[in-house]
Design a protein around this ligand. Structure first.
Ligand code: RB5
Length: 145
């Protein structure tokens, strides 16, 4: 699968670990930064990831920051993004099955590497349930402003 991954400085070590692990599994991974521990602003990386996935350059995105909250909000500003912030694998699976989530967000200050891997494994393996969920997901793309 083509996976794009992005983080702010708070999650740069988790991002590197997850990118390496995903590549070992045979996925094509594009790391959109940040590249070091210098302080950056999570909206910049959330917007970059959202544009990348919306353009079809990746099938799925992984968004990381300290809590996962800021970058998930940033990704979800894009109308085509359905970014789910999770900290355990059941939510990651249901985000795919019910919400057709295209981006998974996690917090590096909240969960460890093993839990992050378990969340990603569930996220990548679970198909969208369609049916009644499809009607609801279609409405997410037409939010009133
Ligand atoms: C950065 O210190 C921190 O605020 C950020 O990573 C994130 O937790 C925001 O939601």
């Amino acid at each position: 699968m083509r996976i794009a991954i992005a983080s702010d400085h708070a999650a740069v070590a988790l991002k590197a670990a997850l990118a390496g692990w995903l590549r070992e599994q045979g996925h094509e991974v594009e790391d959109l930064g940040t590249d070091g521990e210098a302080s950056v602003d999570y909206p910049d990386f959330g917007y970059k990831l959202a544009a990348h996935v919306a353009a079809g350059k990746a099938t799925r995105g992984i968004a990381l920051c300290g809590t996962g909250i800021g970058i998930s909000i940033a990704v979800n500003r894009h109308p085509e993004m359905r970014c789910a912030l999770v900290s355990e694998p059941l939510s990651a699976a249901l985000a795919r099955e019910h919400n057709d989530a295209n981006v998974l967000a996690m917090g590096a200050r909240i969960i460890g590497i093993e839990m992050a891997r378990a969340c990603i494994t569930a996220f990548l393996a679970t198909p969208f349930g369609g049916d009644r969920h499809a009607r609801r997901v279609a409405k997410l793309g037409k939010a009133p402003v």
